[in-house]
Structure formats: C-alpha cells, structure tokens
Design a protein around this ligand. Structure first.
Ligand SMILES: Nc1nc2c(ncn2[C@@H]2O[C@H](COP(=O)(O)OP(=O)(O)OP(=O)(O)O)[C@@H](O)[C@H]2O)c(=O)[nH]1
Ligand SMILES: [Mg+2]
Length: 358
C-alpha cells in the first residue's frame, strides 16, 4: 500500500514525513519524491509478542511518499507539472497537506494562510487533469471503435463518458457510484480524483485551541468531496519525536494533542482504503498482515503465500480479544472460542489465523 503526501510548497509535508518515519532530520524533498516504509504500530501485535515471545515481530508496513511541493512560478501562478502528476499517480491514497500555521519566516506560495483555498486549489487542478485525460481518451476510443469491435472498448466508452459528465459537474470521481466491473475497468487509468483522499491540516502551537472549529469549518465546506479531514501538528510533533516515548506522550497531553500524526494518518489510510489486519503467531514470528475488509479466509491465506491460496483446506481462527482472555490455544479450544472455518469465511479485523493447507 502506498500513500502520497501532496500540497503546496512549505505546507509541512516533509516535516510530517519525518514524524511518520520517526527520523529527526527535516531535510526537504526538493525535486524528487522521497519514500519511507513506515511500520504500522499495533498494540495488539505487541501484546501477542509478549505472550509468544517469538524470535521476531513483523508489523504491517505502508509506503509513504513525500512529494515535492507546488511552487509559485514566474507569472505568479502555482502550476502543476506533468512530472508532479506522474509522482502522484501510483499512490493508492493521497493526503493533501495544507498549511494553517502562521509563521512569517516561512513563505506561502499564495502569499496568505487559507487552508480551504489551498484544498480547493488542489481539488480543481486534479479535476482539470482528469477532465483533460478523459477528453483525450474518449476521443481516441471513438476513433478506435470505428475500426474495432472489441467488447472491452465498447464497455469503456459509456463509462468514461459517465466519468466525464461527473467531472463536468465539478465533482471529484471519488464521489461517483461505480459497480465492481466499472471499478476494475477504471483502475488502470490512475485517475487522480478517483483516489481515496485524506486532508491533513497543519496547525501550530498558537492555534491548538482553534483546531476543532477550523476543522469543522473545512468539513462543512467539503461535505460532498468524500475526503477524511484530520488536523496535525508537524513542528511540535517533530520536536517531540526526539524525546523518549513516555516524555513524548506527556508533552502531547500537555499540548492537548490526543493522537500522533502517525496514528491518525495510518488509521485514516486504513479507513480510506477499506483495510484491516489479521495476525499469524508462533514461536518464530508474530506478524500483522493487511487485507481488504471483505476478504475471505482463502484470500487472506493468499496474502501470506500463493500456495496457501491454491492448497487451502481450512483456517483455524481465534479472535485477538478472545485469545487475550485465555492466552493459549488449548484454553481457547476448551472455552469454545477456537474455530475451524472454510474458505468462504469473511475474516474480521483482529482475527488470529492459522492456515491448514495441502
Ligand atoms: N511555525 C511552523 N513552522 C512549520 C510548521 N510545519 C512546518 N514548518 C516549517 O515550514 C518549513 C517548510 O516545512 P517542510 O516540512 O519542509 O514543508 P514541505 O511541504 O515539505 O515543503 P516543500 O517540500 O518545499 O513543498 C520548514 O522550515 C518547517 O520547519 C509548523 O507547524 N509551524
Ligand atoms: Mg518537502
């Protein structure tokens, strides 16, 4: 899973990136995207490790891309380049990182602080990019269809026209209703406004008391755009990340910051992409795996190993909550919370699985 941090220059993307990757140097990605594989913290996995005492613990991971910010060009406009758009395209979900902090020593490419304007700017630019793409693709398809009777192309045309009509209403594609087939047909195109969107608003020390009302204001304006909006505190959190975990928590509490940017970004990413975790445990390793919410036991097995998918027999299942009551599989069996499930079983967040296979 890949997520990309995008936004105007100096909005705090790289600072956020470093709090996520928990490294302290705040150098800025200039021309190219920086990428970091971020461990997804999970208390449940930590607790399972305490019970099994395995040789290693393997957390789920997520790739975070820190993209270079959009700058003011010579004609006093902020422009999106095709290099930028290409950097954005491969991500599964995007986070707009917008600035709410006031600091005269940090210039704003649009000269004033207005997070809502910045969000709307990004939305409009991405929408225009999708419109331009759809327009040229539809034109090409029509030409191709004069020569070819390809069934897939035939189905594509009305779908792209439906998308085009949606964009023309100034609505991002993430709000369009699509069936599974349509989703599949569109997935190769990497349309920007079709991507799941989080909006991360960067506040500073002085504005902590206004955060809730600011976020509410933004939410009210953006109710229809299908994004999840979260506040964060790049600079404070980066400073605190140099401290030990305990001090960090104490200071965050003092500031009134309930949850770290890392936790919020990861939680939001899981929510946006409809993801959940299951665990495998043992003396060798305790491990968290990331799957889609409606995955069956067989599909989950396939994430571990394709052989497990092909040669799947049954899954032994105990939910984490049940397991922690008894702390051993034999006690779980006695208590009746250990089950054998078939390949159609829908895996739940926090299930501990052991796959039986040929
Ligand atoms: N006062 C204040 N400064 C901040 C905050 N967040 C970031 N900064 C500063 O703003 C400047 C730009 O931050 P970056 O994190 O590099 O911003 P960026 O979005 O990565 O910038 P580009 O990569 O150039 O687009 C740095 O000097 C940061 O220290 C904040 O919450 N408060
Ligand atoms: Mg940067």
């Amino acid at each position: 899973m890949q997520i990309g941090l995008v936004g105007l220059q100096y909005s705090g993307k790289t600072t956020l990136f470093h709090t996520l990757s928990q490294s302290s140097s705040a150098s800025t990605a200039k021309e190219e995207a920086a990428v970091e594989v971020v461990k997804v913290p999970d208390d449940r996995l930590d607790n399972l490790t305490k019970v099994f005492n395995p040789k290693k613990q393997i957390n789920a991971t997520i790739e975070v891309f820190d993209l270079p910010g959009l700058k003011m060009s010579e004609d006093n406009k902020v422009k999106i380049t095709s290099a930028f758009l290409n950097g954005v395209r491969n991500n599964d979900a995007l986070f707009y990182v917008v600035r709410s902090f006031a600091d005269d020593s940090v210039i704003h490419p649009m000269k004033s602080i207005d997070p809502l304007r910045d969000i709307e700017f990004l939305e409009t630019e991405f929408l225009l990019s999708d419109l331009a793409f759809l327009e040229s693709r539809i034109e090409k398809l029509k030409k191709d269809l004069l020569k070819s009777k390809d069934e897939k192309l035939k189905r594509e045309l009305p779908l792209l026209e439906k998308c085009m009509a949606h964009c023309e209403q100034e609505m991002p594609l993430r709000t369009i209703v699509l069936d599974e087939n349509e989703k599949k047909l569109l997935s190769g195109y990497q349309l920007l406004t079709l991507k799941s969107l989080g909006i991360a608003v960067n506040f500073d020390e002085g504005s902590i008391s206004n955060v809730d009302s600011e976020i509410e204001k933004i939410k009210l304006k953006l109710v229809k755009n299908g994004a999840i909006i979260i506040p964060f505190f790049a600079k404070i959190e980066l400073e605190l990340s140099a401290l030990g975990t305990e001090d960090q928590e104490t200071f965050m509490n003092d500031y009134g910051i309930k949850e770290s940017a890392l936790t919020k970004i990861l939680r939001t990413s899981y929510e946006l992409l409809g993801l959940q975790s299951f665990f495998t445990v043992g003396e060798d390793e305790c491990r968290a795996w990331t799957i889609k919410k409606n995955y069956t036991a067989q599909q989950a097995a396939g994430v571990i190993h394709t052989d497990f998918f092909n040669k799947f027999i049954r899954a032994e299942v105990v939910h984490y909550e049940d397991f922690m009551k008894y702390e051993s599989f034999s006690k779980c069996k006695d208590a009746g919370v250990w089950r054998l499930e078939g390949k159609e079983y829908i895996v739940k967040d926090g299930d501990i699985l052991n796959i039986r296979h040929n």
